[in-house]
Design a protein around this ligand. Sequence first.
Ligand SMILES: [Zn+2]
Length: 74
Amino acid sequence: MYIIARCPSCGKLMMANTANRTRSCPNCGFRANLFNLKILARAQSSQEAVEVIQHLKEKQGNPSGEVTFKRFKR
Ligand SMILES: [Zn+2]
């Protein structure tokens, strides 16, 4: 199984095979312990995990995950 989680170092989304204990972030190289990551989603295959990541990116649209409402302020 694969998990989708956010890198605790740089905040980018990454996927990891749960067969492994650690995963190096493809963006910053941070070595994360899978058991310490906050799991955002699970997937059965790497293909599905990629699709989930795409979906999460579209939904959040912001690497930090923070929602900003600047556009709606007067
Ligand atoms: Zn990172």
